[in-house]
Write a protein that binds this ligand. Sequence first.
Ligand code: SAM
Length: 243
Amino acid sequence: MAVSVTDPVKQRVTAHWDKRAAHFDTDFGHSIATAAERAAWDRILDAVVPAGPLDALDIGCGTGFLSLEMAARGHRVTGVDLATSMLATARRKAREQGRAIRFEEADAESLPFAAHSFDLAISRHVLWTLPHPEAAVDEWIRVLRPGGRLVIIDGAQYDADTAPRQTENARTSGEYAGITEQLPFFNGRPHSEIEALLRVRNLIDIGADPLHDLIAAQAERSRAEGREPRRRNRYAVWGNIPH
Ligand SMILES: C[S@@+](CC[C@H](N)C(=O)[O-])C[C@H]1O[C@@H](n2cnc3c(N)ncnc32)[C@H](O)[C@@H]1O
């Protein structure tokens, strides 16, 4: 069902990603391009996603990177995003890869799902672009079942000088100009702060991974493609809902 977004900040964010959909997957770091990147993502997803099959929710799924990875591992996947063009690309990829994934237009801060609907909620590179990231985390926890897991993959201390060169960079785009003050996590947060967010919400078995293998694999690709390697600071943080 189409979502009517009245928040002007979210309208600008969505406009950006609708525009980006056409080349999002080929912008650096969004897709898997080498054997080393494949090995890194396999290790990361094995480490952070419990054995399934699980009812899994990919929040801010974009063009479906995590949704497709999880479906390939046998999970029952729902992906939600506000940008219809990103969702259209995700749906096309799922069709092409023969994966049955439910992609829905929905706001990450106000999910159209009953409490306790999922075993896993996961998001990559989404918290930084939300106007109410802490309320979003509450919402993500709300839809998890007892024993379920929340996984957040994001970055710390965004720095334009060290960011990877892309066709277009959200943070320096016209759509984001003027709204950055209204995105509290815009510049990234260290993993310790994300862990603390989960701890105060009573999640247990909290863990973090610095994604060193992925960062190294992407640096290696940068060099191979003749790009200047960029320093990255990324992590996955997770925690479980008590039974
Ligand atoms: C950097 S992209 C990441 C996409 C995907 N998670 C990935 O890792 O490839 C950020 C995504 O968050 C989505 N997004 C931003 N604000 C959102 C909101 N309030 N609700 C749902 N999705 C949102 C954007 O449309 C975009 O697809």
